[in-house]
Design a protein around this ligand. Structure first.
Ligand SMILES: Cc1ncc(COP(=O)(O)O)c(C=O)c1O
Length: 386
C-alpha cells in the first residue's frame, strides 16, 4: 500500500518533536548481535528491555539529576521502590542502619519489619539530637536515613551536621527530600551521599503518577542501584515518567506560589478562633525556626499543620464545611488538600507515641497548593465557620 511505512524508514524526516514522546514499548529491536553488544557494553546509547532502561525514565532521570545538582539519577516505580533499591544495593545481611524516628510510616515498616526479616537491624533515633545520633552511629551503620522535613510536624534536619557525623563513622547519609523538593534544598550539595524523592508528590504535582527517584554522585552506587532496580523489579513505566517530566517543568513555579501561600495561611490561621496551634517552620514558635533558613532556600515549604479545638469532631465538621479542600491523604497536588495524621499516616502508631509526638486528634495537615491565596483562605474560613 502506498501509505504503508517500512519499519526502517525514518518517520519524522528532519523534524523532531519538541516534547519527549512516550516510548510505550516494553522491548526494543536491534539490527544485529554487534549492535546488542555495543549497547550492553555501554559503547553506544540504546535500549533492549524496558525493565532495565527506557527513554522516558532516562530523560526524567537526567532532568532530576540536574535539579538535585547530582551526577546521576535513577527513576523507580514509587518512592518506596527508590528506598528499597538504594538499601538493597548498599546494605548486606548482618549490617545496621540508623534512621530518624520521625520517618514516613511505610519507610519505618520497611526498615524495621521487612529488613529485619533479612537480618538487617535498624536503630531509630531522634536525628535532631546530635549526641543520640552519634551514639547510634558509633555502633556502626551502613546508612543514616533522614527526611529533610518530617511528617507531619515539619521538623527540619541539619543535613551538613548529619553528613559530617555519618562520614566520621564511615556511614552514608541518605536524605528523603520529598517534603522539601530540590526547589527548597539540594541535600547532595549540603553533604548527603544520596537523595531520594517520592515523585508522586510535589514533583509530578498532579496526583496522577506514582514514581520515585534516587540521585547521587558516586558512579559505583549508580551501577549497583541500577542493577537492584532491574533485578528486584522496581522500575517505572514510560507514561508515568512522561507525566512526571511534564510536572517537573512547572515545579519551580508551583513551589514558589505554594510556599508563599503556606506562609500567609500560617499567619492568618494563627489569628483564627478555634485554632489552638499552627505548625510551620517559618513561624517563630517552631522548634527549628533558626535552623530552617540554613537548610531551606526561598521559603519554608508548602506543608503546614493546625490544631482544631474540639478534636476529631471538629475535624469532621471542618471537612463537611470545606469541600473545596478535599480530604486526600497525600500531598503535592496542584490545589490545596487536607489530611489527618492521627487516622492516616500515624494510624498504627500507639496513642501514647502519638501523644508524645504531639499528633492529636484535632491536628489537620494541609498540603497547600499554588492557587490564588484568597481561594484557599476562603475555603479554610468556611471550614472554620460556626
Ligand atoms: C516522605 C515520604 N517518603 C516516601 C514516600 C513513599 O512514596 P510513594 O508513595 O511514592 O511510594 C512517601 C509517601 O507518602 C512520603 O511521604
Amino acid at each position: 500500500m502506498a501509505d504503508q511505512v517500512s519499519r526502517r524508514q525514518p518517520l519524522l524526516g528532519s523534524s523532531a518533536p519538541l516534547v519527549t514522546p512516550v516510548y510505550q514499548s516494553s522491548v526494543y529491536t536491534l539490527p544485529d548481535l554487534d549492535a546488542l553488544d555495543r549497547i550492553m557494553n555501554g559503547e553506544e546509547p540504546g535500549y533492549i528491555y524496558a525493565r532495565d532502561a527506557h527513554p522516558n525514565a532516562r530523560r526524567l532521570a537526567e532532568l532530576l539529576a540536574e535539579a538535585e545538582g547530582a551526577k546521576w539519577g535513577i527513576v523507580t516505580g514509587s518512592g518506596m521502590a527508590a528506598i528499597t533499591a538504594l538499601v538493597v544495593a548498599t546494605v548486606q545481611q548482618g549490617q545496621r542502619l540508623v534512621a530518624s524516628h520521625r520517618l514516613y510510616g511505610r519507610t519505618t515498616q520497611l526498615f524495621v519489619q521487612e529488613l529485619g526479616r533479612f537480618g538487617v537491624a535498624t536503630e531509630l533515633v531522634d536525628v535532631n539530637d546530635p549526641s543520640a545520633t552519634e551514639k547510634a552511629l558509633r555502633k556502626g551503620a551502613r546508612l543514616l536515613f533522614v527526611e529533610t522535613l518530617s511528617n507531619p510536624l515539619l521538623r527540619v534536619v541539619d543535613i551538613p551536621r548529619l553528613a559530617e557525623l555519618a562520614h566520621q563513622y564511615e556511614c552514608r547519609l541518605v536524605v528523603d527530600n520529598t517534603f522539601a523538593t530540590p526547589v527548597l534544598t539540594r541535600p547532595l550539595e549540603l553533604g548527603a551521599d544520596l537523595v531520594m524523592e517520592s515523585l508522586t508528590k510535589m514533583i509530578a504535582g498532579h496526583s496522577d503518577v506514582t514514581l520515585g527517584a534516587v540521585c547521587g554522585n558516586d558512579e559505583d552506587l549508580l551501577a549497583a542501584i541500577t542493577t537492584a532496580v532491574s533485578i528486584w523489579g522496581l522500575s517505572s513505566n514510560p507514561f508515568d515518567c512522561w507525566l512526571a517530566e511534564r510536572g517537573l517543568a512547572t515545579l519551580d513555579l508551583r513551589m514558589a506560589a505554594a510556599c508563599d501561600n503556606a506562609a500567609r495561611l500560617a499567619e492568618w490561621l494563627s489569628a483564627q478562633r478555634g485554632v489552638v496551634r499552627v505548625v510551620y517552620p517559618g513561624r517563630l514558635d517552631h522548634p527549628d525556626h533558626r535552623l530552617a533558613p540554613e537548610i531551606l532556600r526561598g521559603g519554608f515549604g508548602n506543608m503546614l499543620c493546625f490544631e482544631l479545638e474540639g478534636g476529631r469532631e471538629a475535624v469532621n465538621r471542618f471537612m463537611h464545611r470545606s469541600p473545596g479542600i478535599p480530604f486526600s491523604p497525600s500531598l503535592g497536588h496542584c490545589t490545596t488538600t487536607l489530611s489527618h495524621p492521627a487516622t492516616t499516616s500515624h494510624r498504627y502508631v500507639s496513642p501514647a507515641e502519638r501523644r508524645r509526638q504531639g499528633i492529636t486528634d484535632g491536628l489537620v495537615r494541609l498540603s497547600v497548593g499554588p492557587e490564588e491565596f484568597e481561594t484557599i483562605r476562603d475555603a479554610v474560613k468556611r471550614g472554620l465557620s460556626g
